[in-house]
Structure formats: C-alpha cells, structure tokens
Design a protein around this ligand. Structure first.
Ligand SMILES: [Zn+2]
Length: 157
C-alpha cells in the first residue's frame, strides 16, 4: 500500500520487496521486449508519486560527473542510498532499458565500464537487482567472478 507520507524505512522495505518480487515473478512479455515494471529509478520513483519527486541527484562517489538519476526527493534518495550502502540491492548497468519505459534522462550517456571523468554531467542507465552483486560480469559494479562462468570451453589437441 503506497501512502503519500511514508518514512524512509518504509520506503526502503517497499523497494526491497518490489525488487525481489519482480525478479521472482517477472511479468510476461513479448520476445525481444523487457517485461514491464523492471525496477529502474524511473519506475520506482513513479511508484511513490509526489513524495518521490524533488531536487536530489544521485551520482557515483568515484565519478561525480556520472549521474544515476536526478529529480528525486530527499527521502527517496536517502532510501536508495541506504539500500545500496547496506548491499540489500545493487545498481546494474542496463543499456537501452530506459528507451522502452519512460525515457532516458536528458543528459549525454556515460560509457560502461565507467572509467572517464566527464567535464559535464553524464547519465549511466541502470536497473536495480537484489543483493550486493549478481553473477553477470557485464554491467555489475560489484562483480567478483572470473567472467568465464557462462562460456563453453572446448579443449582441442
Ligand atoms: Zn549485478
């Protein structure tokens, strides 16, 4: 139940539940399209209505010119920040996802992996995923594997 006066802790609990539910039961979708409601900043911000809208931008502390999202309320930005810090969820680079749902931020797009510091703000498109990291080596900022888990290997003489 979404009210317009949720405490930060209530928003955090709701975000985690939404993200875990979404990946456990992604909505049906046509081939080649992402299922609706994928947990992006935009979709989650929309979920909280007016209480999610404000003046706060979230950016990478390692790369202050790289913006994850902007126009957030203080309480929603605080909730995202707490969840990312605790490792309850992580952001994961998601090329093109915003062109299908709701549109991108009106900023030039940052390249992945993030290595550049830009002279003006650039936007890094991401989705949220459960936990501190996942096993997808492309786009996961906290990936710890070798990158070879999905490869088929054939030994030849
Ligand atoms: Zn990931």
């Amino acid at each position: 139940m979404i009210r317009q006066t949720m405490a930060v802790e209530e928003i955090e609990a709701d975000i985690v539940q939404y993200i875990e539910n979404w990946y456990a039961n992604p909505p049906p979708h046509p081939e080649g399209y992402r299922p609706k409601g994928i947990p992006t900043f935009r979709n989650l911000q929309t979920r909280y209505g007016k209480q999610g809208i404000g003046q706060v931008a979230m950016y990478l502390s390692s790369h202050p010119s790289v913006v994850l999202w902007q126009g957030l309320s203080q309480s929603l930005a605080q909730a995202f920040s707490n969840l990312l810090t605790s490792g309850a969820v992580h952001w994961h680079w998601a090329f093109l996802v915003f062109y299908e749902e709701g549109g991108p931020l009106p900023l030039p797009e940052a390249a992945w992996p993030v290595t550049n510091e830009y002279g003006k703000p650039h936007w890094l498109p991401v989705v949220f995923k459960p936990g501190e990291r996942c096993d997808d080596d492309i786009g996961c900022p906290n990936y710890t594997g070798t990158g070879e888990e999905d490869e088929e290997r054939f030994e030849t003489a």
